[in-house]
Design a binder for this molecule. Structure first.
Ligand code: DX5
Ligand code: ZN
Length: 213
């Protein structure tokens, strides 16, 4: 189990990143919003880029944007492990997956709570990760949607049948209680649970299930 720390709801991003540097967190989850695909908007890349020079952690970039092409090019220049776009986009998903792969970066597809997992079918043999949204994308600090657990279970079953090995990443509303039900996942994104805690490392270790795997 790996942990990807997000800080969408935090104003003192640099401070939080410095504190995360002192932990063994696996990734920094970067939420990028355009005010179109989701109502909120994040800072432009030129500011975001400065923020990420404060860390040497690999980035898990979540693009909640309607037109990701230009941002893929930009975020591909950072220390990026995953570049994730939404499967719901009204765009040529295939060419965006290819673009991400052309940069030698792992491609993730994010899926909103109400989108059935069948939407992922055309891309399953090409992507490295699925980001299951367990809240509506757009804001940190929301409550976990329990139906996500059923979706992940069905997806895992499908992966087994198809003999595919896709990383399962879960994003939104994860806390020290519901993380116990998410042992089937490979990565848990956590914003408020880590950032609002007194001891980041302790929380990260607990989210992993108490042990560093
Ligand atoms: C939701 C974002 C999440 C969010 C997670 O749109 O994609 O990454 O920051 O924050 P918490 O853990 O507070 O739900
Ligand atoms: Zn996210």
């Amino acid at each position: 189990m790996k942990v990807s720390a997000s800080f969408l709801s935090s104003y003192y991003v640099e401070d939080d990143i410095m504190k995360l540097n002192e932990t063994d967190v696996d990734f920094i989850h970067v939420d990028v919003m355009d005010g179109k695909f989701v109502p909120n908007k994040t800072l432009p890349f030129r500011s975001m880029k400065n923020i990420y020079k404060y860390t040497s952690k690999r980035l898990d970039v979540h693009l909640m944007v309607a037109k990701p092409k230009k941002l893929i090019k930009k975020y591909a220049q950072l220390n990026t492990e995953f570049l994730t776009i939404h499967v719901e986009l009204d765009e040529d998903i295939q060419s965006l997956i290819d673009l991400i792969h052309n940069y030698g970066i792992k491609c993730g597809l994010a899926i909103k709570p109400d989108t059935p997992i069948e939407a992922l079918d055309p891309y399953l043999d090409q992507i490295e990760m699925v980001l299951f949204m367990s809240v509506e994308p757009g804001a940190g600090g929301q409550s976990f949607i329990p139906e996500t657990l059923i979706k992940i279970k069905e997806f895992k079953k499908k992966m087994k049948e198809k003999k595919l090995n896709i990383i399962v990443n879960v994003d939104g509303g994860i806390n020290l209680e519901n993380c116990k039900k998410l042992r089937q996942a490979d990565i848990l994104v956590s914003g408020s649970c880590i950032i609002n805690s007194d001891n980041f490392q302790e929380t990260i270790t607990k989210l992993r299930g108490g042990k560093n795997e």
